[in-house]
Design a protein around this ligand. Sequence first.
Ligand code: NAP
Length: 208
Amino acid sequence: MKIGFIGAGTVTRTFGRHLMTAGHTLVVSNSKGPETLIGFVADLGAGATAGTKQQAAECDVVILATRWVSVPAALKGIDWKGRILIDATNAHVDTVPDISLAGVTRSRAALKGRTSSEMVAEMAAGARLVKSISNIPMDWIQDFSPTKPRTVIFTSGDDIEAKKLVIELINSTGFVAIDLGSLAKGGAMHEVGAPLSGLDLHFVRRLR
Ligand SMILES: NC(=O)c1ccc[n+]([C@@H]2O[C@H](COP(=O)([O-])OP(=O)(O)OC[C@H]3O[C@@H](n4cnc5c(N)ncnc54)[C@H](OP(=O)(O)O)[C@@H]3O)[C@@H](O)[C@H]2O)c1
């Protein structure tokens, strides 16, 4: 598949490499323009190209990989036309402005009782949003060994077909995508600060 990235940092470099190893091609974008990404895509190798945000957003599947504070600007002006958007972002407390409570409560207060992906879905109206890739630090998945139990990557979303495709995409890289349900219920389990975020879990077997 052709995968678009909005954001060209650690997540794009790491997960993009896994996607390319699995045979997918990439269009990578940032806020500064494709000409600033020549070295970045050259490091990723043949199969990765630099594009505008709109070109990335026109790929089969798009991955949002900017810091939380940049999400509104990153999504602005994109006509999604029902394309699939994976929200890989985390609403880290230090990037959520105007909040004064403590810890995870701080982040939740800023989100007004919604999961961060429900907010992203609102900002990306017209996209079929699936939250995934966000629960695992990229440092932990720099290398991939087919002989080790596969790392678990959680997934949530309200569009069943879109989620199925994202699960297939993630599984194609050698990771194991586990569906936790809707953006509201699943997101609340694997978004940053939630019980299933930041766990180094490995898949061994499934009963069915
Ligand atoms: N790093 C991890 O281990 C990890 C793991 C899971 C999830 N996450 C989450 O994934 C997201 C990305 O993390 P990261 O570590 O990859 O961040 P990063 O290395 O700081 O990269 C962020 C990228 O977003 C780009 N960007 C900023 N504003 C933009 C805009 N308006 N439009 C398009 N691109 C824009 C930046 O480039 P320019 O400023 O040049 O535009 C940069 O390339 C965060 O929400 C993070 O919490 C990170």
